[in-house]
Design a binder for this molecule. Structure first.
Ligand code: SF4
Length: 258
């Protein structure tokens, strides 16, 4: 199984094709993965690998490690575009996610006031008031919606909560009143004999309807970039992503292809 874990709470900076020079914050364990999804394409591998032994860093630990790093980067005159919450699972599962976000905003103000703060989230915790509050405070609230068709979402994202469903999710995504970016992974292939393809007319129509309801500031379309735990997945090429994006743009959706 493919497993690429981040072994630090604050990692990088790395160059992100989507976000620029990015300093990462991993709120999940440094030696395992915790996520409320178990996506077939997860670069961190399947949840079955386990949570590891290290546990989740406390708010104080995150603050201390980030301050050390930002201070050192400023002294060294290093460039930074963005601080990004991502890592070994879903950052909004951290029990004090809003407190961590408040600390990161304060430290950004102290060391790199022009830098943006991004959160890459799978959208499963946005029902929680403190998580939604925190996401409204960051510059780039990037939320996952890979398919607006229930069976495809279940097949690709494999939510841990059996009650998680697309209809509720779309309602919850509307609460941001456009202050969000929807990120959609386009892919095709198969898993355990079931075909996956979220580029079909039926899928893109459902996505378009969802985007129209959610009214995000922007949609980010992307495809596979690294090896995936399910090996029978295929990348959707850039030309095809652009063709899909053009259909969404025709309907007034702002779309970025990565
Ligand atoms: S939501 Fe992200 S971290 Fe979680 S399984 Fe999917 S790709 Fe991996």
């Amino acid at each position: 199984m493919v497993t690429i874990l981040f072994h630090e709470t604050v990692f990088g900076p790395i160059h992100s094709r989507r976000l620029g020079t990015s300093l990462g914050i991993n709120l999940m364990p440094n030696d395992g993965k915790i996520c409320s999804f178990d996506c077939l394409y997860c670069e961190a591998g399947y949840n079955a690998q386990g949570k590891g032994q290290a546990g989740i860093s406390s708010r104080e630990e995150v603050k201390t490690k980030l301050e050390e790093k930002l201070s050192a980067m400023r002294i060294a005159g290093e460039k930074l575009d963005v601080i990004t919450f991502s890592g070994n699972g879903e950052p909004t599962l951290h029990p004090d996610f809003e407190g961590v976000v408040d600390d990161v905003i304060a430290l950004r103000g102290k060391y790199f006031p022009d830098v943006k703060i991004s959160v890459l989230s799978n959208s499963t915790m946005i029902w929680k008031k403190s998580v939604a509050n925190a996401l409204m405070k960051v510059d780039n609230n990037i939320l996952k919606l890979d398919s607006a068709i229930e069976s495809t979402m279940r097949l690709v994202n494999r939510p841990a909560n059996p009650d998680f469903n697309i209809e509720n999710l779309i309602e919850q995504l509307k609460q941001f009143s456009g202050q969000c970016v929807i990120q959609t992974m386009m892919l095709r292939g198969s898993h355990e004999g079931r075909t996956i393809d979220n580029t079909t007319p039926q899928e893109t129509e459902a996505l378009l309807n969802a985007y129209t309801e959610i009214k995000p500031a922007e949609v980010m379309l992307y495809s596979l970039d690294r090896p995936t735990p399910e090996v029978k997945l295929q990348k959707v090429g850039r030309d095809e992503l652009e063709q899909i994006a053009a259909r969404f743009r025709e309907k007034g959706i702002k779309v970025q292809v990565n």
